[in-house]
Design a protein around this ligand. Structure first.
Ligand code: MSP
Length: 519
């Protein structure tokens, strides 16, 4: 089973384009893996506990439970709207998750992996964390990013992270495919060097934070952030068996892929989570792969509520359509790198690559077939150099697409697909079926050319389906080949359209976006 997860989103605000990107990326990867024939399970959800939620709910005069319920709906409604289809949905206030977190805490406590100690230090209320001297700026002060900083002393529970760091260092150093893309590995190993010896504080006293999961061995404390949130990856697939959840062993069969942003690699996933799994006796060949994506920025700046430069995906989907939004989010960024959000590029990419190229190919190919051959597709006669070159282009582009998609490089996969589409449009320009049609003696040649175009549309529909499933289904419907949705990648050989097959008059699947002045 291919098991893919995303980070679970904090429910302390509305979803923005960064959240949408990660979920669309995961959705595309899931759909692509199904296309390879692999059984796939996709888990995503929301991270509902924590101080910020408690504070915002207090400000709004409602209970945290009420507050997270409303915010959670904003996320799940967005995923529904933009076609993000998950198999499992994680909400950290779910009693099944709470039971699992508590069972794990009890076990680790019984094994002596969790202990209590007193700690005195500077604490940032905004970031909900103790600070160290490394967090001071050049002037020796804690910068404004930490908000209010106070010195406090308190007892807390700690996880013996230091027991597992030697293993983690060896594991990361010898593994080439745990951190994807590989260039992020050194950042993690450097952080690990600095971190040796430190254990992880996993609790908060209830007098400071009530909105969390109570420690099963001390009701005066709740779990703090990571020992709650990270466990979602196993709790919601039945790590603690529950009849309403899947069977853990059928889902976590090999190495899952956790899709996360670069900000939560170090230390959360790259150090804490791998060490936690080690403490739970997960073997090296069960350790997740961390697919670390970059950030969508605006004008080179990080997007944040305080900067007021957040892009609302709901608005974008309403204005430009779901296809344009999904396509842009995976087309205009290289997995692992940052990108600058630019609505003009969103429109441009849709209009050029979808409306002008793929849309045009589909329209002209199917329209000409309807007009010149009564909608009947047949292979025609002898193949020319141009025909075999088109078939070769399809083979090459499909191989390049698969290679890119296997590496989670969606943008390059789409680029390969576009290369074939451009080839087809150029072929149509050169072959000029509208001229061939003028001479009834050239019926066979006309059939061959139109067949090559229609066959290409059929392949493109399948290759496009992980990114734009609805558009792919429309293309298949116009070809009157609904069975395309059942195909796997290995079925994509020349001859998807049966001899004598009749297609339908097409209507545009990618109508151009007309730009209004205010965009
Ligand atoms: N709740 C934690 C994750 C817990 S996972 C066990 C969290 N939540 S978050 O809402 O702040 O972020 C959720 C995901 O969105 C993270 O992977 C984060 O990197 C990603 N993004 C948040 N802003 C982003 C951009 N501007 N661009 C791309 N992705 C970014 O962290």
């Amino acid at each position: 089973m291919f098991f893919v997860t995303t980070a679970i989103d904090y429910t302390n605000g509305s979803p923005h384009i960064g959240h949408a990107y990660e979920k669309v990326l995961a959705d595309v990867i899931t759909r692509y893996h199904r296309l390879t024939g692999e059984e796939t399970y996709f888990l995503t959800g929301v991270d509902q506990h924590g101080q910020k939620v408690q504070q915002t709910a207090e400000k709004e005069g409602i209970s945290p439970a009420e507050y997270v319920k409303t915010v959670t709906t904003r996320f799940s409604a967005l995923w529904e709207k933009i076609g993000v289809h998950y198999d499992g949905w994680a909400e950290t206030t779910d009693p099944r998750h709470i039971r699992c977190v508590q069972a794990i805490l009890s076990d680790l406590y019984a094994q002596g992996q969790i202990y209590k100690k007193t700690y005195k230090g500077f604490y940032s209320v905004r970031q909900e964390q103790f600070l160290t001297d490394r967090d001071r700026d050049e002037t020796g002060n804690f910068g404004p990013e930490w908000g209010e900083v106070t010195e406090i002393e308190e007892e807390n529970y700690y996880f013996k992270l230091s027991d597992h760091t030697p293993w983690l260092r060896d594991f990361l150093e010898t593994s080439e495919d745990t951190i994807l893309p590989g260039f992020r590995k050194s950042e993690l190993i450097n952080a690990l060097e600095k971190n040796t010896g430190a254990d992880l504080c996993i609790s908060r006293p209830k007098e400071r934070l009530t909105w969390g999961i109570e420690l099963p061995f001390d009701p005066d404390f709740v779990t703090y952030v990571w020992f709650d949130a990270l466990i979602n990856y196993i709790s919601f697939i039945g790590y603690a068996p529950d009849s309403s959840l899947p069977n853990f062993k059928t889902i976590w069969t090999g190495r899952p892929v956790h899709i996360i942003g670069k900000d939560i690699l170090v230390p959360a996933h790259g150090i804490y989570w791998l060490a936690m799994l080690k403490a739970l006796d997960f073997a090296d060949n069960q350790m997740p792969q961390l697919l670390v994506h970059g950030w969508w920025n605006r004008s080179g700046e990080k997007m944040s509520k305080s900067l007021g430069n957040i892009v609302d995906p709901v608005e974008l989907a309403d204005t430009f359509g779901v296809d344009a939004l999904r396509y842009y989010l995976v087309r205009d960024i290289h997995t692992g790198k940052d990108s600058n959000f630019d609505v003009e590029r969103l429109v441009m990419l849709f209009n050029t690559e979808l409306a002008n190229e793929l849309g045009n190919l589909c329209n002209r190919a199917l329209n000409m077939s309807v007009r010149f051959t009564a909608g009947i597709i047949s292979p025609g006669g002898v193949l020319t150099k141009d025909d075999t070159a088109l078939q070769q282009s399809l083979i090459d582009c499909t191989a390049a697409y698969r290679k890119a998609m296997d590496n989670h490089e969606i943008s390059m996969g789409l680029e390969a697909l576009n290369r074939h589409v451009v080839h087809c449009n150029q072929y149509a320009e050169r072959m000029k079926p509208w001229e061939i049609n003028k001479n009834p003696e050239n019926k066979d040649r006309l059939a061959t050319v139109l067949h090559h175009l229609a066959e290409s549309v059929a392949h493109c529909a399948v290759l496009l389906s992980p990114v734009l499933p609805d558009a792919a289904a429309k293309l298949a419907a116009q070809l009157k080949l609904p069975q395309l949705s059942e195909l796997k990648l290995d079925d994509l050989t020349w001859g998807l359209i049966p001899n004598g097959h009749e297609i339908e008059k097409p209507s545009p699947v990618f109508p151009r976006i007309e730009v209004k002045a205010e965009i």
